[in-house]
Ligand binder design. Structure first.
Ligand code: HEC
Length: 265
């Protein structure tokens, strides 16, 4: 008994000293308590060393004793750990929300700004085209169609249709994997600047709706792994697919090394 009191008081003294030191070092309160806890744990271990040794067990009895000991240990460990406030999931969720909240807002804002910039660029392109059209006298034709000529609106409609295709390229984020006009692509898929030389609009449409239908030569691995997403048939309106395919079909830049598509289906 005297030994127990002696060891307990040493434990308390060490624990107290640790609390004093950690407090002086401005450790958070929870850490001060943790150090105190460790000192007490140490005292208990030293006290246990004085305990009379158990009788030797054997057979089933020893197995049960072992399992019981394991269960007690687990319970103490888990319930002890869960008492520390830093393991409170609500606490953690709060912290994560605090950190991620502003970042998330920033990315949303960034995305919006990017879209606005893109819309502006497209608008500028349209304006430039209008100027060129005017220079060619295209507006005259549009205003005063000669008798018997096809309705001038066809030209405008085609332009809109191409614009719709380009918009789909942006909206569906094909540029994430494909380079076109030197833009986009993170080397995951082929450059498409010459795709119009190889594929008809219908073929391109088929490739978008069913990426397994064609395989770009040299991209066997990617094709097999299904790198090109098989989701556009669900995401896109039929009309948008045709617009995108028609727009892509106009790309016939033979100086760009677009791999040859191989028909698979
Ligand atoms: C996650 C990446 C990824 C996205 C997004 C993606 N593709 Fe692909 N695409 C690939 C890969 C990889 C290949 C080459 C393997 C193959 O043929 O399936 C490919 C091949 C192609 C080909 C054939 C090219 C050739 O030379 O044979 C076309 C056409 C094509 N994609 C169009 C599109 C269009 C249009 C979109 C957007 C609607 C799109 N892709 C979105 C990865 C992607």
């Amino acid at each position: 008994m005297g030994n127990v009191i002696k060891k307990l008081s040493i434990g308390l003294a060490v624990g107290g000293a640790l609390v004093g030191i950690t407090r002086a070092l401005e450790f958070p309160f929870i850490f001060q308590m943790m150090f105190f806890g460790y000192a007490m744990l140490g005292a208990v271990v030293f006290m246990l060393l004085d305990a009379p040794s158990l009788k030797t067990m054997s057979g089933m009895k020893s197995l049960i004793a072992l399992i019981a000991f394991y269960i007690v240990l687990c319970t103490v460990y888990i319930s002890g750990a869960s008492m520390w406030p830093q393991y409170d999931p609500e606490d953690e969720k709060g912290k994560i929300a605090k950190i991620l909240g502003p970042k998330f807002a920033a990315t949303q804002q960034g995305k919006a700004e990017e879209l606005i910039a893109r819309a502006k660029a497209l608008d500028d392109q349209v304006k430039a085209l209008e100027v060129r059209l005017k220079a060619l006298g295209g507006d005259q034709v549009a205003k005063e169609p000669p008798a018997g000529a096809p309705p001038a609106t066809t030209g405008v409609a085609t332009g809109d249709f191409m614009k719709q295709g380009e918009e789909q390229w942006q909206l569906q984020e094909c540029y994430n994997c494909h380079k076109l006009k030197g833009e986009g692509g993170k080397k995951r898929g082929p450059e498409l600047d010459n795709i119009g030389t190889y594929l008809t609009v219908d073929d391109i449409k088929q490739k978008i709706l069913d990426p397994k239908s064609f395989m770009a030569e040299g991209f066997e691995k990617e094709w097999e792994k299904g790198k090109m997403p098989d989701k556009y048939k669900d995401l896109m309106e039929a009309n948008d697919v045709v617009a995108l395919a028609s727009w892509l079909g106009t790309f016939k830049n033979t100086s760009v090394n677009t791999p040859k598509p191989i028909k698979k289906k």
